[in-house]
Design a protein around this ligand. Structure first.
Ligand SMILES: [Zn+2]
Length: 285
């Protein structure tokens, strides 16, 4: 008997129960017929025309994504709209779409475990545990992870390490704080981690790596004596999870999987300021 969309949904719902998602989130099956067979699954962070192209070219019958395609209410999925065109392409190609977002963030293992593994962090515990008694409440579960680096290192060294172990993006990694500050305990949170600055401070970590950090919250956090901050590209902090997701699907269901390495971060150009001894722009010839 072949694997169906319903089988994949059941396997994912067991690992990432939809009830564990934040109230504002929209997760689960977005497009697809439950009895349709699934031989190959494409794992992506973002459902955009480019990753859909890739999935279709790879012969995928289903896409499992991290970010919801449809988060806010829509009154039309006409092909004249950006998202409607994606919905049409998926339905015409008979490709199902499933989303595991904050329910995959909070799970153990979840999105930030894969991120923590890139740094070799040990003794992991959640950065933002679920509210006691909430559906996601349970041992090891929560958003973000805190752990110990294999070797203490300076913030400057850790920033270079982050740029080397995370998927390559134009954004790279930037850090805030004293470059010589020693880091032993690191908190990581895949995706936008702005909301967890206070928890990183309360946890007493030396540094916190996440994405989408902003001028005022970051500056005020540092001024108040909080941990050093590392700001990576959003996509790069969540891409590591796709390998774990694909391995789980292959192991649980025996399906083939493909993992997208297409950088869907919106930032595509980065320039470092010229060095002080290099003030005049150099021109060839
Ligand atoms: Zn995200």
């Amino acid at each position: 008997m072949s694997t169906t969309v319903a089988d994949v949904v059941a396997a994912l719902d067991r690992r990432y129960p939809p009830a564990w998602a934040e109230e504002w989130d929209r997760v689960g099956l977005v497009v697809g017929e439950p009895d349709h067979p699934v031989r190959r699954i494409a794992c992506v962070v973002d459902v955009v025309p480019e990753t859909v192209d890739e999935a279709l070219e790879a012969g995928a019958d289903m896409i499992v994504a991290h970010h919801p395609l449809l988060l806010r209410g829509v009154s039309s999925v006409a092909a004249t709209t950006y998202k409607g065109r994606i919905v049409h392409r998926l339905i015409k190609a008979d490709v199902a779409l499933y989303v595991a977002h904050t329910n995959a963030d909070v799970a153990d293992p979840g999105v930030s475990d894969a991120l923590a593994a890139r740094f070799g962090l040990t003794g992991l515990r959640p950065l933002h545990p679920p509210r006691p008694g909430s559906p996601a409440d349970g041992p090891g579960r929560g958003i973000g992870r805190i752990g110990e680096l294999p070797e203490p290192m300076t913030l400057a060294e850790l920033t270079r390490l982050a740029a080397a172990v995370l998927p390559v993006t134009a954004w790279g990694v930037r850090a805030a704080g004293d470059p010589g500050r020693m880091v032993r305990t690191l908190a990581v949170s895949g995706g936008s981690g702005d909301g967890f600055l206070a928890e990183a401070t309360a946890a007493g970590v030396d540094a916190f790596l996440t994405a989408d950090l902003r001028h005022h919250p970051a500056g005020e956090h540092l001024a108040a004596g909080g941990p050093a901050l590392l700001d990576a590209a959003h996509w790069a902090t969540e891409r590591p999870w796709l390998d774990d997701l694909a391995a789980h699907l292959a192991g649980e269901l025996g399906v083939e999987t493909v993992v997208s390495d297409l950088d869907t971060d919106p930032w595509t150009v980065h320039a470092a300021a010229p060095r002080p001894d290099d003030k005049e722009p150099r021109r060839e010839g």
